[in-house]
Design a protein around this ligand. Structure first.
Ligand SMILES: [Zn+2]
Length: 844
C-alpha cells in the first residue's frame, strides 16, 4: 500500500532526525519533552488488521481461565497443549520453568553455563511468543544431569524451591496446572519439579505457608493439577482405579491459521536451537517418531489433584478446565460483546462491524471497577478488552530509544509512537512513560485522525548509580540479563469507548567502554608456557557518541596495574577485538600457585588516558597446572562447538593445528603424531563419518587418535544412517552417566603408560571436577581395548568404559566418555596432566 508507505517514511524521516539530533552530542540539553504531528494522508478503504491477531484478541474475551505449564528446563514445556488452549479456547497460558537450562549442552555455539542460560531464556521467550504464552522462571540452578530429586534438592534447597514456586502460583493464579514431569521418571530436575508442584498446589492456598509472601500476594487455590501420561495406558504409573484423563488432539487444525497445533508447536520448539537439532518439518517429526499413519497420538493428562469442592472434570473432557465455573456475578461483569447474539469471532471478515460492536459495548459499560470477589481475574479480562479494542481499531504503540545501550550519567531520547491505521478518530487522553522508577507524562497530540501517527520524545538521563545489566551471564539469577525495562502507556478513546495501550522495551545498561569478553578465561599456565608472555583477546565496545582514547591494561590486583598494556582508540559505538600482551609475567605469583595448586586472578581494565581510575574492569581466573607433554609433539584437532581444545593445547605449549573435514579427507595426516576428535565430533561434522577410514589408516600407520565423548545415537553403528563402527574394534555406547562429580575413581591398570608418562596420574587429578564424571558410557567393547578407570554414582554398579585404549597397527586409539572438555574448559588443574598423557601416548 503506497499510502501507508509514504506515511511510514515520513515518520521514519522524523525518527532519523530525532536520532541524528541526539547522536550529535550527548552534552546537548533537550527540552524535557516535545511532540510532533505528522500530517494525515487519505484513509485506506479498509483498516489493515491482521485476521489471526484479531481472532485471538476477540477469542481472548471469552475466557478468563489461566492454565500454567510447569517444566524443569526450557524445551520441556508442553507447547502443543499451550498453543491449543490459547488458539482454540482463548485461555490465558503461562509456563513456569524451574531453571534456565544452563547446565545443558549447546548445539549452536561455544557458550555454556550462565552464558547458555541467557541464550536459553531468550530462546524460551521466542518460543513462548509463538505459543501465545508467557514464560516465567524460578531461577533455580541447573547444575547438569542428575538422577534423583534428592540430588536436585541438595543444590536447590527444597524449601527455597518450594517458596519460589508457591510465590509464582500466588502471583499468576492459575486455575489449572499441567506438567510433563512425574515424581519418579527421568532427569532429577524433572522428578524434583514434579514433586514440588504437587506440594505447591496445596501450599499456595495455605496462608500458614510462606506467610511473609502475603504482604505481596494472596493465597491461591488452583482447581486442578494434571500430569502428562507418556507412552502406555493411562493409569499405569499412579495405579488409581477412578482416574480421570483429559486428552488434547495435536493433529487438530487451527482453522484461522491453517496449520495443526502440533505444527505450530514444532515451530516453537525449533526456537530452542541450542538444544537441537529438531525435526525440520512435520514429515521429519513423524519419521523420527516412526509414525506412519501421519497422525500423532493424543496428548493425555492424568488429573492427580483437585481443590476441595472443585467442579468435577467431565467424562471425555477435551480441555483441562472443562466444567470449571466462575460465580455468576463475575460472569455478568465479564460477558463479552456479541453481534446478533453471535460471538464476534464469527465476523472476522467485517472488522468494521466488530469494531463498532466493541465500541458500543465498551462505551455503554459503567466505570469498570474490579469486582471484590476476584479482582485479579477481572484485571486480566480488562487487559484483554484493551488489547481487543487496540487490535480492532488498528491503534498501536511503540517505543524506541536513541541508544540501544544506556550509559550511567548520560542522556537517552525515547521516541513514543502512537499510530492509528484504522478508520476512526482516536482521542489521546494521556500518554506516559515509566522509566527509572518515575512516570513522565509528555504533551501529545489530542487527536489522531485515521491513518496518522504521532511521535513524542522524552529525554531521560540514566541515573549515575544505575545497576549495570552486563555482562549478562553475571546477571542470570537477578533477572537483569533481560535489561532495564521501560514502559509506555497511552489512554485512548474512540466514540466514548475508553481503552489503553501498553508497550515495553528493555535496554542494557553498560559502562561507557564495555569489556564484552576476554579470552582465554580462565588463563591456564603449565611449565611449558609459564615463561611466555600473557596474551588475551579482549573484545571492547565504545558505548559513547564520541571517540574514545585510553588504555587497555593487565594487572595482578584491582588497583595495581602491571603494565601499561596497549593503547585503545575506538570510534563512536565501535566494537573491536584487541590482542593484549604482557611480557611482565608475575612469576612469583605463578611459583606460589605452583605450590598451592590454586588459582589467582588477573584484572583487565580500560583506563582513560589521563585518569587513574579504571572506567571498567573484569577479572580472569589464573590456574597453574603441572602438566607436561613429550617434546616436539605435533597435534591436529577437529573442534566441535567451542575453543576448549585449541586453548588447552596452547596452555600446554603444544604445536597444534586446527583441522577441518577436508584436511582429514585429503590432507597429509602424517604431519601429526596425534589427532583429536572433539566431543560429539561425528555429530558436529557428519561428513567425518565417510572420512573415518583415513583416521583409522592414520592410527594404523603409527598415529594416536583421541576421540572424546559422543551420544549413543551419534556413535553406534546404524545402517540407516550409513554409519559403520567408527572405532577400529567395536565400541557400543549405552546411555549411562556418572553424574556425581566427586564419585571415586578406581585405577584398573595403574602401571599403564597412559597413567604414568609423562605425568603420573593419581586420585588428586580427579579432585575439584565440575558437573559430572562422564556420560554415554560404553556398555560393550572389544577385548583389544584396555579399560583404565572404574567409577559409579552412589549406590550404582561400577562403570569401566570411561577411558578405553587399544593398539591398532603401529598406532593407538583412545575413546573416552569422561567429560575432559568440561574440566579443561573450566581450568580444573588435575585434568591437564591426563590430557597431556593422552596426546603424548605412543610418542615417548
Ligand atoms: Zn528437561
Amino acid at each position: 500500500m503506497a499510502k501507508n508507505n509514504s506515511r511510514r517514511s515520513l515518520a521514519s524521516i522524523f525518527l532519523l532526525f530525532a536520532l541524528a539530533f541526539s547522536l550529535a552530542g550527548r552534552a546537548n540539553i533537550y527540552p524535557s519533552a516535545h511532540a510532533q504531528d505528522v500530517s494525515p494522508s487519505p484513509a485506506p478503504a479498509t483498516p489493515a488488521v491482521d485476521k489471526a491477531e484479531l481472532h485471538q484478541a476477540l477469542l481472548d474475551l471469552t475466557n478468563t481461565s489461566t492454565v500454567m505449564c510447569v517444566a524443569a528446563h526450557p524445551d520441556d514445556e508442553d507447547g502443543t497443549t499451550l498453543i491449543a488452549l490459547r488458539r482454540k479456547n482463548g485461555v490465558h497460558t503461562v509456563s513456569l520453568f524451574s531453571t534456565y537450562g544452563e547446565g545443558g549442552q549447546n548445539a549452536v555455539g561455544p557458550q555454556l553455563y550462565e552464558e547458555l542460560g541467557v541464550m536459553r531464556a531468550r530462546e524460551t521467550m521466542k518460543a513462548a511468543q509463538l505459543q501465545g504464552s508467557e514464560p516465567y522462571f524460578l531461577g533455580l540452578k541447573d547444575f547438569g544431569y542428575s538422577k534423583s530429586a534428592d540430588e536436585a534438592f541438595k543444590v536447590w534447597g527444597h524449601d527455597e524451591a518450594l517458596r519460589r514456586m508457591v510465590l509464582k502460583i500466588r502471583e499468576l493464579r492459575p486455575d489449572v496446572i499441567i506438567t510433563n514431569h512425574d515424581t519418579v521418571t527421568g532427569h532429577g530436575h524433572h522428578q524434583a519439579t514434579g514433586r514440588l508442584i504437587i506440594e505447591a498446589f496445596d501450599a499456595a492456598a495455605d496462608p500458614r505457608r510462606f506467610p511473609e509472601q502475603l504482604k505481596q500476594v494472596k493465597p491461591w487455590q488452583a482447581q486442578r493439577l494434571f500430569v502428562r501420561v507418556f507412552g502406555g495406558a493411562a493409569g499405569q504409573k499412579s495405579g488409581g482405579a477412578a482416574e480421570k484423563v483429559v486428552a488434547i488432539d495435536p493433529n487438530e487444525i487451527d482453522l484461522v491459521r491453517g496449520t495443526s497445533f502440533a505444527e505450530q508447536a514444532l515451530a516453537a520448539l525449533q526456537q530452542h536451537a541450542t538444544q537441537g537439532p529438531w525435526p525440520k518439518s512435520m514429515a521429519d517429526l513423524l519419521r523420527a517418531r516412526r509414525i506412519e499413519a501421519g497422525k500423532l497420538p493424543l496428548i493425555r493428562y492424568h488429573l492427580i489433584r483437585e481443590a476441595a469442592g472443585a467442579h468435577p472434570l467431565p467424562e471425555n473432557a477435551t480441555t483441562p478446565f472443562a466444567g470449571l465455573e466462575l460465580p455468576e456475578a463475575f460472569m455478568a461483569k465479564t460477558a463479552s460483546p456479541k453481534i446478533d447474539g453471535r460471538p464476534l469471532t464469527e465476523f472476522l471478515d467485517q472488522p468494521d462491524r466488530v469494531l463498532a460492536a466493541l465500541i458500543d459495548w465498551r462505551a455503554s459499560q459503567t466505570a469498570p471497577e474490579p469486582p471484590a470477589e476476584d479482582p485479579d481475574r477481572f484485571r486480566l479480562f480488562e487487559a484483554r478488552v484493551n488489547k481487543a479494542l487496540a487490535t480492532a481499531s488498528g491503534v498501536s504503540l511503540t517505543v524506541v530509544s536513541s541508544h540501544n545501550v544506556l550509559v550511567p550519567g548520560l542522556n537517552t531520547t525515547f521516541s513514543i509512537n502512537i499510530s492509528n491505521s484504522g478508520l476512526s478518530r482516536v482521542h489521546v487522553d494521556e500518554l506516559s512513560l515509566d522509566s527509572w522508577g518515575e512516570t513522565t507524562q509528555p504533551k501529545t497530540a489530542e487527536e489522531l485522525l485515521p491513518d496518522t501517527e504521532t511521535i513524542v520524545t522524552v529525554d531521560r538521563t540514566t541515573p549515575k548509580n544505575a545497576t549495570l545489566t552486563v555482562p549478562k551471564e553475571e546477571h542470570l539469577y537477578d533477572n537483569l540479563f533481560l535489561g532495564q525495562p521501560f514502559q509506555a502507556i497511552a489512554k485512548l478513546e474512540i466514540d466514548g469507548a475508553k481503552f489503553s495501550v501498553k508497550t515495553s522495551i528493555t535496554r542494557d545498561v553498560a559502562p561507557a567502554i564495555e569489556i564484552k569478553s576476554i579470552s582465554p578465561s580462565p588463563y591456564v599456565w603449565t611449565p611449558a608456557t609459564v615463561k611466555q608472555p600473557v596474551s588475551f583477546k579482549v573484545t571492547v565496545t565504545n558505548n559513547l557518541d564520541g571517540n574514545f582514547d585510553g588504555n587497555l591494561t593487565i594487572g595482578t590486583s584491582e588497583n595495581h596495574v602491571l603494565e601499561a598494556g596497549s593503547k585503545l582508540s575506538l570510534a563512536p559505538m565501535e566494537t573491536r577485538e584487541v590482542t593484549l600482551k604482557s611480557n611482565v609475567v608475575p612469576l612469583e605469583t605463578a611459583a606460589h600457585r605452583r605450590i598451592e595448586g590454586n588459582s589467582g586472578l588477573l584484572f583487565v581494565s580500560v583506563e582513560p588516558q589521563d585518569g587513574r581510575h579504571p572506567i571498567t574492569q573484569r577479572s580472569v581466573p589464573v590456574v597453574y597446572s603441572v602438566a607436561r607433554v613429550v617434546r616436539g609433539l605435533r597435534v591436529g584437532f577437529v573442534p566441535s562447538f567451542d575453543q576448549t581444545l585449541q586453548r588447552s593445547l596452547a596452555a600446554l605449549g603444544v604445536d597444534a593445528k586446527e583441522l577441518n573435514v577436508a584436511d582429514i579427507q585429503k590432507g597429509d595426516l602424517s604431519a601429526y603424531q596425534t589427532i583429536i576428535i572433539d566431543n560429539r565430533g561425528y555429530e558436529a561434522h557428519p561428513e567425518l563419518i565417510a572420512a573415518n577410514s583415513r583416521l583409522l589408516e592414520f592410527v594404523n600407520a603409527g598415529g594416536t587418535l583421541l576421540v572424546f565423548y559422543h551420544k549413543s545415537n551419534e556413535w553406534n553403528p546404524d545402517a540407516g544412517r550409513n554409519r559403520p563402527q567408527l572405532a577400529p574394534y567395536a565400541i557400543i555406547l549405552g546411555d549411562e552417566r556418572v553424574t556425581d562429580e566427586t564419585a571415586p575413581i578406581k585405577f584398573l591398570l595403574p602401571r599403564h603408560p597412559l597413567l604414568n608418562v609423562p605425568n603420573r596420574i593419581t586420585p588428586a587429578n580427579f579432585a575439584n571436577w565440575i558437573q559430572e564424571r562422564g556420560l554415554y558410557y560404553p556398555k560393550e567393547w572389544d577385548q583389544h581395548f584396555g579399560a583404565l578407570f572404574e567409577t559409579n554414582d552412589p549406590g550404582e554398579a561400577p562403570l569401566k568404559g570411561g577411558l578405553l585404549v587399544a593398539q591398532y597397527g603401529k598406532g593407538n586409539y583412545i575413546y573416552t566418555s569422561m567429560v575432559w572438555y568440561r574440566e579443561l574448559r573450566a581450568g580444573v588443574p588435575g585434568a591437564y596432566p591426563m590430557f597431556a598423557n593422552m596426546i603424548s601416548y605412543g610418542h615417548q
